[in-house]
Write a protein that binds this ligand. Sequence first.
Ligand SMILES: *Cc1c(COP(=O)(O)O)cnc(C)c1O
Length: 419
Amino acid sequence: MAYLNENYLKLQAGYLFPEVARRVRKFCEANPKAAERLIRCGIGDVTEPLPPAAVEAMKQAVEELGHHETFHGYGPEQGYEFLRSAIAQNDYRGRKIDIADDEIFISDGSKCDCGYILDILGDQNKVAVPDPVYPVYVDTNVMAGHSGSARQDASYEGIVYLPCTAENQFVPEPPKEHIDLVYLCFPNNPTGAAASREQLALWVEYAHAHEAILLFDAAYEAYISDPRIPHSIFEIPGARDCAVEFRSFSKNGGFTGVRCGFTVMPKSLFARTESGRRSLLHPLWYRRWSTKANGVSYPVQRGAEALYSSEGREQVRALIDHYMTNAKILRNAAADAGLTVFGGVNAPYIWVETSDGVTSWQMFDRMLSELNVVITPGAGFGAQGEGYFRISAFNSRDNAEEVARRLKKLYSLRYARRR
Ligand SMILES: *Cc1c(COP(=O)(O)O)cnc(C)c1O
């Protein structure tokens, strides 16, 4: 009999969202009336339709594929030049960040890239993740054999967890100990926190001192409203020698179902061999794509390119404004309900304290049964998420306003319980 990859057996049963779905299903079966007014503010998926500029560009690209003269077969594995150059120019060079077209690698999304990147990194690396965490960073490392077994609290032996707490504004400080790879995600899912230039500079400094690599997930970069907050790790001097950046069209262009993202792999980033020889990572990443992929579909890349046109940009801006207005409504409503709120200013997530010693799953059940609103319990993102829950602003305006009205009721319910 053939052998399987036993690392997969170490994975905790995909606990969070299946458990949320189970509890919602059970509640809806028992309360069909309440089920009708259920509003989901749980999973971080966009709700609004695609920007028309992207739709048009994709239609036109499909049309091209239907004619001899304009047909395209396999494209470049790393992405078409038209898209790589639009990205490098608009997202980087236009903002005075030194990134070349061939440092951009187009992919089917940044969740995927977070997993793919481990192909070119050694198994000896000591890996650190924030806590609470986007589970992909952890699980891909477990699958690759970079961890020991799972502990009681669902964390893994061998992985370093960096606590993100109200005390550090949910931006972890570099640790005292040595780490080789650090995942950072700003603006953050789930906490909605954004990292300042100074906070990111400390990480770049740490990476230089420890010859570590920062894996910087900037999926929510477009949601930054504070002009002082960096949009890219490459805004920090020295980051070209110590960082990789992941970006996605999922949350700015609403491409969660279309699938397109990219990695910025600087040609100045080194890692070492077991014997101590320094070697560039860019050629390995290039080779990885050439060997294992045939790139992202032509219509999708044309759709992504259209997000950088002047209409495309305006439409993306309108989408972000829509979600961020929801965020403001929800954030204010939660605060008015007497809850302590974080995030929701530079990110579409609001991170709320449960207070009164209520656990995050208890809060989930209470929000479900009393308000018929689905939120995400913080504990599902890591031990430090206990005592918090996440409200997602990805919703229609009507739903956001209705959730805001219902949150008012939560206040009276809390008050009544205390007596
Ligand atoms: C949504 C999200 C992404 C984007 O994933 P895609 O695969 O590009 O859809 C990446 N990182 C985080 C933390 C996210 O929440």
